[in-house]
Design a protein around this ligand. Structure first.
Ligand code: T46
Length: 140
């Protein structure tokens, strides 16, 4: 079962008018076909979102305004934190990665490109279940 976390630096097209970033499906920057886009904004101060993993979903997260932190836990237990605080930075999360989103700035807009349509059955929302699935993956 797939589990990947990778920070991505997007190339910018900039000139005296400002900056532009272009992202396309099935490229090194977005290595899947984008089937869904959603965004998180107007978050409650101090809130922690996420608290789940996915079975198959692949996503690229970009904080296009403001900042937030993504906490990740891999099947082998390795934990990492990724501060997204500029629109040229993305985080690729694929598959079985427990992730939380926290420390949102007031103006944060977290944009997410997803490889699949919304499917609640793809979510693992129970941490113990996640760890049990990780044990199977780690034994493979
Ligand atoms: C993820 C992180 C980064 C929909 O109806 N359609 C959608 O496409 C999404 C993403 C959510 N929803 C509904 C399901 C819930 O009733 O919106 C509500 C809030 O979703 P959730 O509590 O899952 O939101 P987050 O911020 O905890 O997680 C979201 C994504 O759901 C998740 O896939 O990886 O952002």
């Amino acid at each position: 079962m797939l589990a990947t976390v990778r920070e991505i630096q997007f190339p910018q097209h900039g000139d005296e008018r400002g900056k532009l970033i272009a992202l396309e499906s099935l490229t090194e920057l977005v290595p899947f076909d984008i089937k869904r886009v959603y965004y998180i904004f107007d978050t409650t101060p101090g809130t922690v979102r996420g608290k789940h993993a996915h079975n198959v979903l692949k996503q690229v997260l970009i904080c296009v305004s403001g900042a937030c932190t993504i906490e990740c836990e891999m099947p082998n237990g390795t934990k990492s934190e990724h501060r997204l605080d500029w629109p040229d930075r993305g985080l690729l999360i694929e598959g079985l990665v427990w992730h939380n989103m926290k420390d949102f700035s007031k103006d944060a807009v977290l944009l997410v490109f997803a490889s699949e349509h919304y499917d609640e059955a793809d979510y693992i929302r129970n941490y113990d279940t996640f760890r049990r699935m990780c044990e199977i993956v780690n034994d493979e």
